[in-house]
Design a protein around this ligand. Structure first.
Ligand SMILES: [Zn+2]
Length: 64
């Protein structure tokens, strides 16, 4: 999914190098990076072998 225009002000987005994310859509008018609105969440539950401990985590993946 490619975003061409800022969802807040409608300005055409430019691709700018983000220090951590690589090339990311940038709105010159807002002065902010604009991330695509489609997100995927991933949750998982991990049990140890004795099944008496539970680790649970949720993280978000951004789909570019
Ligand atoms: Zn904008």
């Amino acid at each position: 999914m490619e975003m061409n225009y800022c969802m807040h002000c409608g300005t055409k987005l430019q691709m700018r190098e983000h220090p951590h994310e690589g090339l990311t859509p940038w709105c010159e008018s807002c002065g902010e990076y604009r991330y695509p609105v489609f997100n995927t969440a991933c949750s998982m539950i991990v049990l140890n072998e004795q099944r008496d401990r539970l680790l649970r985590t949720t993280f978000w993946l951004r789909v570019m």
